[in-house]
Design a protein around this ligand. Sequence first.
Ligand SMILES: [Zn+2]
Length: 212
Amino acid sequence: MNTAWVFVPVSVLAAGGAVAQMPPRPVFVPQLALNEAASPSGFGSAWNVAGVERSWEFVVIHHSATTSGSVESIHREHRQRKDRNGQPWLGIGYHFVIGNGFGMPDGEISSTFRWRDQIHGAHSGSIRHNASGIGICLIGNFEYSKPTAAQKESIVRLIAYLIDRYQISSRRIIGHRHIRETACPGRHFPLGSIVQESLRLAETPEHSGRPD
Ligand SMILES: [Zn+2]
């Protein structure tokens, strides 16, 4: 079932292997196109995918459980991890990251290589949810604080777009803790109201996430 791990595109591994030898930013991001930022109000080229879109069934929401962070910092950490077969992760396990102003602009949505290349995530601890779930991580620790207003606005916009594009039902927009025993995305993450607002926005014909 989890054969996606085996069929790793060689180009991705090669690109990942090059990371360690390269000096850190600013060349890191543009050269690897590890992530591409989209402004909270815009749906630019960062949302485009390379190749065939997966048939996504779930949206799985996470917090970073840190006070600061970015695509790059999570990528570095996740590259230290190994999967159940002892293979190193390809890199950041999420498809999208939303910044909180510490490490990434507040409310900025960045897609990662997993979204661009439409490959499985490594974020849920469940083969099914990694294979068919879009992993979104908000920077912050929502056990102790709330997401920022800009983060809430951005995740509503992002989920509305995903509902619209992949016909994901509201029951399948879930927090990590609905899959396994974890506090993620934290007790102060307002999942119910985020889902309701996303549904409302998705039903608005002119909402900005709707592709033209
Ligand atoms: Zn999580």
